[in-house]
Design a protein around this ligand. Structure first.
Ligand code: ADP
Ligand code: MG
Length: 576
């Protein structure tokens, strides 16, 4: 029998490694940028073409490489950053595995120019399929420039796997933002298809945040600062009063490395528990410094996840330091806690303590998520209120106070208590939805066009959905990085369109299908909820009218937050 085992060629080994390290243009950008930082650069320029699919180039003014190093750096396990295994726990550089350049060179066409400041002539290298095709001396600036062309040209399957230009571009922006936030003392520039997207001078963290995310952050961010023996925390959180409906800006850095951590996110969130709503997200830019012996950054090839030895303490310290900075800014003191209370039956109707009414109140219920649940829960009541498909005949309508009223239906012994505010929100919602379906949501010209403030990747999302917004009555023009609202639908009136669009973007980002229906539902829901705050001035002729309007709705019993809007009580059950 013939032998079967073969040793893989270096090229194939590198390509396999590339599968882990290089997933898309943004991973190349990340590795190149990190190398430039490790080389002590003060000035880094990232240039991409066609979202990085065609070209990714990084020019730096760092240490540069000698001719010998320039040849070696594309070999697997070529690194100047560690020598033995013990070095790994003390690693201060971004890279250390020595596989990034080897991987990149196995899946793209690479050109590099590099020169050390103490040498008079530089080196130029051309590489394809892991092989150096040409190496020459060249006159060039101090530092290194690496050009990566036609990523995955030799692995069509991977190339086809890349996402749309828009999505790949977003990934590149995201990496660029992460890295430039972590290094405000380095000058960064990003050019996409010959247009400058970011041009960030040497600055402090706060100015960098403001430059990247907009001047509105100037007033919004609160400093966090805490030094303990376990961890040092610094950075900024966005005032929770300004929390976004979109996932917003969530950046953790551990020893200057961007990481994702739902655990730490939870710590920040819980420091704001009473302040932000369940559908809002905290934004933050938080830097943790931890003894590198107490973390393991090696758990994930992309190094965006991290293991902490003392996770629980870090959680507590982070939470309390965020709490303190919120407290210091005294937002809490000026808060208006007039948030929704859960439905309560006014006690004075009963002489004894009432028994829990029959309808189950499911406060987590989201009417847009799962329609069938709603139907089952309410069918019985629904049938009772609409005896023979006829309009119910209302009797005994009693206004309890400004929020609640009580009514009965002919031939029924049960008492219904109605929450006017919730009723109003449901009625407005269903009416406007009907109008939308009949294409009656028209835009109203704004005397002063409104400017909306978004980061570049969000603007791209708006661009991609102009038609949808148009259908909703929003006419938008975009020039450069400005979103200008020319018309908005009548029903929005004085609504804060910035917030509204934040929630649209959130919806688009995290949903893959049926975007438009969900967006519209969410949009109309937002408006209805907001309007129902003024439920007392809602235009209804009489209580009778209000009740009928509600009962005309598809889902009269549940409001838009999933709370009951009518509670149905059978006296005989209570007295049993
Ligand atoms: P690692 O960063 O893990 O060491 P890489 O494959 O990313 O591995 O890089 C290999 C080596 O090439 C680095 O250790 C460094 O010595 C050198 N190098 C890469 N990029 C640059 C750069 N922009 N400037 C100077 N040296 C660089
Ligand atoms: Mg590296």
């Amino acid at each position: 029998m013939k032998d079967k085992i073969k040793i893989l060629s270096n090229h194939v080994i590198n390509q396999i490694a590339a599968g882990e390290v290089i997933q898309r243009p943004s991973s190349v950008a990340k590795e190149l940028l990190e190398n430039s930082i490790d080389a002590g650069s003060k000035n880094i320029h990232l240039i991409i073409k066609n979202s990085g699919k065609k070209l990714i180039k990084v020019i730096d003014d760092g240490s540069g490489m000698s001719k010998e190093d320039a040849k070696l750096c594309f070999e697997k396990h070529a690194t100047s950053k560690i020598q033995n295994i013990n070095d790994i726990s003390n690693i201060l550089t971004m890279g250390f595995r020595g596989e990034a350049l080897a991987s990149i060179a196995s899946v793209s066409k690479v050109e590099m120019k590099t020169k050390k400041s103490d040498e008079s002539i530089g080196t130029q290298v051309f590489i394809e399929n892991s092989k150096i095709n040409k190496i020459t001396e060249t006159a060039c600036n101090n530092g290194t420039s690496i050009t990566v062309k036609n990523l995955f040209f030799n692995i069509p399957a991977r190339k086809n796997f890349l996402k749309s230009d828009r999505i790949e571009l977003k990934h590149v922006y995201e990496i660029f933002i992460q890295i430039s936030l972590a290094n405000p003392k380095i000058i960064f520039k990003l050019t996409n298809d010959d247009k400058v997207v970011f041009n960030l001078p040497l600055q402090n963290l706060k100015s960098r945040i403001i430059q990247i995310f907009g001047t509105k952050y100037n007033k919004k961010i609160l400093e966090v600062n805490e030094q303990t023996s376990i961890v040092s925390i610094s950075g900024f959180i966005v005032n929770p009063m300004e929390a976004k409906k979109t996932r917003g800006e969530q950046y953790f850095f551990v020893n200057n490395r961007f990481i994702k951590s739902s655990y730490l996110n939870h710590a920040v969130r819980s420091s704001m528990n009473d302040i932000i709503n369940h559908d809002q997200f905290p934004s933050y830019f938080i830097f943790l410094k931890i003894d590198s012996n107490l973390i393991d950054v090696n758990v994930h090839p992309n190094k965006t996840e991290i293991k902490f030895e003392d996770e629980k303490s870090i959680y507590q310290i982070l939470k309390s330091s965020c709490k303190r900075s919120i407290g210091l800014s005294s937002v809490q003191a000026s808060l208006d806690f007039s948030s929704e209370r859960s439905f309560e039956i006014p006690n004075h109707i009963f002489e004894k303590q009432p028994v829990e009414p029959k309808i189950k109140i499911n406060s987590n219920y989201n009417p847009f998520k799962n329609k069938s649940q709603l139907d089952v829960e309410n069918t019985k009541n629904f049938e009772r209120l609409f005896p023979e498909d006829d309009n119910p005949i209302l009797r005994e309508i009693v206004d309890i106070d400004k929020r609640y009223c009580l009514f009965m239906v002919k031939n029924e012994t049960s008492i219904n208590i109605l929450d006017k505010k919730r009723a109003v929100s449901r009625i407005i919602f269903e009416k406007s939805k009907k109008n939308f379906n009949n294409k009656k949501l028209t835009g109203q010209l704004l005397i002063n066009a409104e400017k909306l403030d978004f980061n570049i990747s969000d603007i791209q999302i708006i661009k991609d959905n102009l038609e949808l917004f148009n259908d909703m009555g929003f006419k938008i023009t975009i020039n450069e990085s400005e979103i200008i609202l020319k018309t908005k639908p009548n029903i929005v009136e004085d609504y804060n369109c910035q917030h509204l669009f934040e929630s649209f973007i959130e919806e688009i980002k995290y949903s893959s299908n049926e975007i438009s229906e969900r967006i519209i539902s969410r949009f109309l829901k937002e408006i209805a909820l907001k309007k129902s705050n003024n439920y007392l001035s809602f235009n209804y002729e009489s209580l009778d009218d209000l009740i009928r309007n509600l009962l005309d709705c598809e889902n009269p019993f549940i409001d838009l937050n999933g709370n009951s809007s009518i509670i149905n009580i059978e006296p005989n059950k209570i007295f049993k």
